[in-house]
Design a binder for this molecule. Structure first.
Ligand SMILES: *Cc1c(COP(=O)(O)O)cnc(C)c1O
Length: 365
């Protein structure tokens, strides 16, 4: 049996290490996972109650069209229901975009480093991936523009960018969208949208109103704290959404996910409280990095990418031995780690562990 040519070179996704596995391997009682940008404050109580209510219905297929959730999100964003598409995480919306729009011979452009699922899914479809290095951790929009040609189908802009945490500003993005030819779909991945506090962050919904070739991706996995339920969405022109719907599996999101997401989008208090506590944690971490003489990329999401000035694997291992799971090993950033903003107690434990790792390295030379 021979699988299709476009997948034979693909690696299998390596997730952040599960907490239980780390505990067992290292004999640690407490382990803090700051590797996957999950919400340290959990999820909305209304979401949990909505899931309880759904238990009675588990033998019945979910609503494939997510009608109630679509209505709730459409009202929240002030868009039409036919502009919204749900996926099993925004990961699945990325997959469906690639499936609907990319064929062998097509080109697709993205930053390097950025979220790996764009490249992964484009390669499965046999499209040619053009990667444009980040410039000081930020999308290099002029360089991306210069790579666009008649074969280009999708440009991916991750804003804030994962892993660097930087944003593309409103003025830059608006100018970019004006320049991009209309045959190119611009995907704005806003998985961390709700965390951004900087006023220069684009109003992408306004951009969407004036440009049919823009689609936004958002998710319930990050600030809403529903990562395990797998639910995210795209917002775009009805024609684009229709194309994605044509490749969508009939029952791609579950009852639990739909119910929890519907409850979550209405729980503004939980959202605001997480946003505020994250902003405080982000300030705490960046102040501590300054105290330790470490530089970091401007952080706008719920994570910070910091230059630890040592091989990142060494720091990753040192932190792991002290019960902290981080992310490391980026090709272009061999001395950076990415750390999720946790609760204040988690952030303090992380900084303490980091100081120990750095001083241990200094002693060992
Ligand atoms: C986490 C993340 C996603 C997707 O998360 P889902 O759980 O699949 O919704 C998408 N894009 C970026 C940049 C992310 O960091």
């Amino acid at each position: 049996m021979i699988p299709k040519k476009s997948i034979v070179h693909l690696p299998v996704y390596q997730p952040g290490k599960p907490v239980e596995e780390v505990k067992r391997e290292l004999g640690l009682k407490e382990v803090i996972k700051l590797a996957s940008n999950e919400n340290p404050f959990g999820s909305s109580e209304h979401a949990k109650a909505a899931i309880q209510n759904e238990i009675a219905n588990i033998s019945i297929y979910p609503d494939g069209g997510s009608v109630q959730l679509t209505a709730a999100v459409a009202e929240y964003l002030e868009v039409n229901p036919n502009q919204i598409i749900f996926g099993a995480g925004s990961d699945e919306v990325i997959l469906m975009l690639a499936r609907a729009f990319l064929s062998p011979g097509d080109e697709t452009i993205m930053a390097d480093e950025t979220f790996p699922q764009y490249k992964h899914n484009a390669e499965i479809e046999g499209a040619t991936v053009i990667e444009v290095p980040l410039k000081e951790g930020t999308h290099d929009l002029p360089a991306i523009l210069s790579k666009i040609n008649e074969r280009t189908k999708i440009v991916w802009i991750c804003n804030p960018n994962n892993p660097s945490g930087t944003i593309v500003r409103e003025d830059e993005l608006a100018a970019f969208v004006r320049e991009v030819p209309k045959h190119v779909l611009i995907v704005l991945d806003e998985a961390y949208y709700e965390y951004v506090t900087d006023e220069a962050y684009p109003n992408s919904l306004a951009l969407l109103r004036d440009n049919n070739n823009v689609i936004l991706l958002r998710t319930f996995s990050k600030i809403y704290g529903l990562a395990s339920l797998r639910i995210g969405y795209g917002v775009g022109h009805p024609d684009v959404v229709r194309s994605i719907n044509q490749v969508r599996e009939p029952f791609n999101t579950t009852r639990f996910a739909q119910a929890a997401a519907t409850a979550s989008i209405k729980d503004i208090d939980f959202l605001n409280s997480c946003k505020e506590r994250n902003a405080e944690g982000r300030i705490y971490l960046t102040e501590q990095f300054a105290r330790l003489g470490l530089s970091h990329f401007e952080a706008h999401g719920n994570f910070v990418m910091v230059d630890v000035k040592l091989p990142s694997q060494q720091v990753f291992d040192g932190l792991l031995r002290r019960g902290i799971i981080s992310r490391a090993r980026w090709t272009y950033y061999p001395t950076h780690i990415r750390i999720t903003v946790g609760s204040q107690a988690q952030n303090e434990s992380f900084i303490k562990a980091l100081e120990e790792v750095l001083s241990e390295a200094a002693v060992l030379g």
